[in-house]
Design a protein around this ligand. Structure first.
Ligand SMILES: Cc1cc2nc3c(=O)[nH]c(=O)nc-3n(C[C@H](O)[C@H](O)[C@H](O)COP(=O)(O)O)c2cc1C
Length: 260
């Protein structure tokens, strides 16, 4: 089929998903345009893709699901039998129902899923889990996924017969409630506002960046990563408890899983 453009639609607060989406895209022989929903947008943009576009939807797995914020963005995105590939990164625990939920949602919005993948990554809350992943080996697997997608769009005249099966169950796993709210240590915070500028939900007021609106914060850890003063952190006792739990539940040697 004659394809036009590659549309990269992703949410990636700490960068692993973006890396996986970009590496997938690198093997695809089409001009690309990015829609990055990692930075707060008061108004969710309306996007309409054609049947000659290829969309890649990229998400980090949150609580075994698609991040609720990304689901909100999806409500304004539609396709016209547009082929789509799904990329999920997860912190070496499990991705549970995330791919199934994403596939079901984008298919209900006019997309035809022609490939999907789950890639283990550094855990955004506890970075010592899966540290620095996606690594060289992961990037090779991700690039191979891109090569296969490229082959598929070049070879097929129609995608109607493609039926991608991804793991997951319904009803989906219950979505978790965030209890990790990074706050700034008063003496270390220089009020530079870097955290406020990058927060995906607008939970940090630009004029008072030491504060966090706990009703808006989703615990993505972007503000912690971006703070050059290391002023922002989560309550250390809560963090220690979660770290112990996650270290038992996660396996840092998980492998890429590709569904074509
Ligand atoms: C709120 C929250 C929930 C998460 N839930 C899961 C999970 O259910 N399973 C898992 O393996 N990793 C989980 N993670 C880890 C992320 O999925 C993983 O680190 C991902 O690669 C982060 O992507 P990003 O760097 O693009 O933000 C969670 C992280 C956050 C912040």
């Amino acid at each position: 089929m004659k394809m036009n453009e590659l549309k990269l639609v992703y949410f990636s607060p700490t960068g692993a998903t973006r890396k996986a989406v970009m590496e997938t895209a690198r093997s695809i022989d089409l001009k690309s345009v990015s829609f990055d929903f990692s930075v707060y947008k008061e108004k969710k943009p309306t996007l309409k893709f054609t049947r000659n576009d290829l969309a890649i939807f990229g998400i980090p797995v949150y609580y075994g699901r698609v991040p609720a914020l990304f689901m909100e963005y999806l409500q304004n995105i539609s396709g016209d039998n547009t082929p789509a590939a799904l990329v999920a990164t997860y912190g070496c625990r499990e991705y549970e129902d995330a791919l199934l939920e994403l596939k079901t949602e984008v298919e209900s919005r006019g997309f035809k899923v022609i490939g999907a993948a789950a890639f283990p990554a550094e855990h955004s809350i506890v970075p010592s889990i899966g540290s620095r992943r996606p690594n060289k080996t992961d990037l090779k697997a991700i690039a191979e996924f891109g090569v296969e997608l490229n082959r598929r769009i070049r070879k097929e005249e129609s995608f109607d017969h493609i039926d991608i099966k991804v793991p997951g169950n319904t009803p989906y796993k219950k979505y978790g409630k965030n209890s990790l709210f990074p706050k700034a240590e008063s003496s270390m915070c220089t009020l530079c506002g870097a955290c406020a500028k990058v927060c995906p939900t607008g939970a940090i007021p630009l004029k008072e960046p030491k504060k966090t609106d706990t009703k808006k914060c989703i615990g993505c850890m972007k503000c912690v990563r971006v703070c050059k003063q290391n002023a922002r952190s989560v309550n250390s006792l809560k963090m220690k408890m979660l770290e112990g739990k996650l270290k038992k539940a996660c396996q840092s040697d998980k492998k890429a899983e590709i569904f074509l």
